[in-house]
Every structure is written in structure tokens, then in C-alpha cells.
Design a protein around this ligand. Structure first.
Ligand code: RIB
Ligand code: CA
Length: 309
């Protein structure tokens, strides 16, 4: 039986590759893909998601729009990384045939979880706005969702948008706080501590036999790889979001620990920082599985095998 899955995305370059991985894995009954403002506007994230479904000639997966801004804050886009269009310029002039569906993502998330209690996995790879709104409207989804996996935060390393904070939790820290305190029984955080070790390189792309996908992935990550080269001296593209999908496919590619984690929302310097109480100094019950190690080789073996399947 395939796992029932909802992907919640702010389709940018790595979200798009995460969507490709989820669909090509054939491990999931993808109930829908919900979109949120994050890397790019809600409109662009939605159109980019439809473009990726067209690329795979996938006609049956509904795309449902969600929040067009964080819960309290203004949108904070990341065009420097993802390009003006959000896909690094790939598929820019491609006509879009996949239409997004009516409805609002938080309602879709609630209805799906309540329709299939204990069966739905949520993989979120953008700001947590849609899930926070869903939890506020229907708190009991925390008891009926099978598991929540989200790409966001950093608990031991440095940030990628401020010295302390990762993009997804920085954009909507209030949403992250709502999600972390909602009482989800099975929730795992896939942060920069592990995703920075899942670096896609040209060697990996050369192993992709599917010409269309290899050309797309190469094209969409080219600028990102160049920027990475300028900053770190090697051409690579961090597979932040695809790793979150990879963990939904095979949990064993990471190791994690359960700790009490909270989010900073009132700080001049550390806003959006995920704070992990490794030493249990606050004496609060653990509320999050925190990924600390990743078997990057195992991830890319899985990644390449699935995209070549
Ligand atoms: O910090 C990386 C995360 O922020 C990824 O999900 C990327 O797509 C952006 O949303
Ligand atoms: Ca993302």
C-alpha cells in the first residue's frame, strides 16, 4: 500500500527536485501538493509546481494554493538564490497546462487528514504557514496525521539567511512556533545540519540517465552551483528539500534525537532561530525529532536510482 502524502512547497529550485523525487519514487499516493509564499510569491510557487507536474506529464495530482504571506510578517523572497522565476530560469517560457485546483491549502490539509486518519504523511519544504493555519483551525489534526517531516531550521550550525536562522523558519517564525507547540506526536525536523551535507554535484548529474530530468536539473541548478562555487570554492547545490522527501522514503538515511525545541520570535539578532535544548536545561518535554547525521552516500544512491527508474 502506498503512503498517503501531502507535499507543502514554496517551489523554488530544491522544492522542484523534491517533487520530482516524490513522484518518480512511486512510493506515494500523493493526495495533493499545497503551495505557500516563501522563496517566491504564492503565485510563482504555484505556477512552478504546475510546471514540474507538466514536466513529468503528471495530470492527476491536485495543486492547492495556500497562504500568500507569513502569519504576521511580510513576505521575504529569495530571488538571489532561486532566480526571478524561482526555478533558476529553467522552464521559463514553457506553456503551463496543469491547472491549480480551487480551495485553500490549510482546509485541504485538514480534510485530507480527517478523511484518512493515521495515514497521511506531511512533508513541508517551505515556511510552515499553511500547517500552522490548519492546526489553528482544527487542532485535532495533530492526533490524526501519521507523521510530519519539515525542512527547516538549524540547531548546531549557522544560519543561511541570518547568522543564526535558516530561511523557512526565518520567514515565518510564528508559524514554526505554532507547529512546534501543537502537540504533533510524530514530527521530524530536517535542518541545515544535515541538508548541507546533501550536496548535488556535476558527478551526480552525470549519473542521471533520464535525459529530460538531467537537462532540467542541470539547468535549474546551474546558477545556484555557480554561487555556491563563489562562496565555498566548489560547484554544488544543497538538496535541502529533496532530503526531506528522501527521509519520507527511507528514514534510515538520517539519525535523529528527540529534544525540546522552540523558535525565537522576538529578537533583534536571532529572530527565527530554532533553539534546541540539548541539555534539557528548560526541563520541558521533548517535542521534536531533530536530524543530526545523514548518510549522504545512501541519500544520493536512492536519489539517482529513483530518478533513473
Ligand atoms: O533553507 C533552505 C530552505 O529554504 C529550502 O526549503 C529552500 O527551498 C528554501 O525554501
Ligand atoms: Ca523550499
Amino acid at each position: 500500500m502506498k503512503k498517503k502524502l501531502i507535499l507543502d512547497v514554496d517551489t523554488g529550485i530544491d522544492d522542484a527536485i523534491g517533487i520530482l523525487l516524490a513522484i518518480k519514487s512511486r512510493q506515494f499516493d500523493i493526495l495533493g501538493i499545497t503551495t505557500v509564499s516563501g522563496n517566491v510569491s504564492l503565485e510563482s510557487a504555484t505556477l512552478n509546481t504546475c510546471k514540474i507536474l507538466d514536466l513529468l506529464e503528471e495530470k492527476d495530482i491536485p495543486v492547492i494554493k495556500g497562504a500568500d504571506s507569513p502569519i504576521l510578517r511580510k513576505p521575504f523572497f529569495e530571488h538571489r538564490i532561486h532566480g526571478e522565476d524561482g526555478l533558476g530560469g529553467a522552464l521559463k517560457d514553457v506553456p503551463i497546462t496543469h491547472k491549480y485546483s480551487e480551495g485553500f491549502a490549510p482546509d485541504f490539509i485538514i480534510n485530507s487528514i480527517l478523511s484518512f486518519p493515521g495515514e497521511v504523511t506531511l512533508v513541508l519544504t517551505g515556511p510552515l504557514t499553511n500547517l500552522a493555519l490548519a492546526v489553528k483551525k482544527c487542532p485535532q489534526i495533530t492526533k490524526h496525521v501519521k507523521e510530519v517531516i519539515f525542512m527547516g531550521g538549524v540547531v548546531k550550525g549557522v544560519g543561511n539567511v541570518t547568522p543564526t536562522s535558516e530561511f523557512n523558519t526565518f520567514v515565518d517564525p510564528e508559524a514554526a512556533k505554532i507547529v512546534l507547540h501543537a502537540g504533533f506526536e510524530s514530527i521530524i525536523q530536517v535542518g541545515l545540519d544535515v541538508t548541507r551535507k546533501a550536496l548535488l554535484t556535476e558527478e551526480h548529474i552525470k549519473l542521471l540517465k533520464n535525459e529530460k530530468l538531467a537537462r532540467y536539473i542541470n539547468g535549474s541548478t546551474a546558477d545556484y552551483q555557480q554561487k555556491y562555487m563563489e562562496r565555498y570554492g566548489m560547484r554544488a547545490c544543497a538538496m535541502h528539500d529533496p532530503l526531506a522527501v528522501g527521509i519520507a522514503i527511507n528514514r534510515n538515511i538520517v539519525s535523529s534525537e528527540k529534544h525540546y525545541v522552540d523558535v525565537e520570535t522576538k529578537s533583534e539578532l536571532c529572530d527565527g532561530q530554532l533553539v534546541c535544548d540539548f541539555q534539557n536545561r528548560l526541563n520541558k518535554p521533548a517535542n521534536l525529532q531533530v536530524c543530526l547525521h545523514v548518510d549522504s552516500e545512501a541519500f544520493f544512491e536512492l536519489f539517482i536510482a529513483i530518478l533513473n527508474s
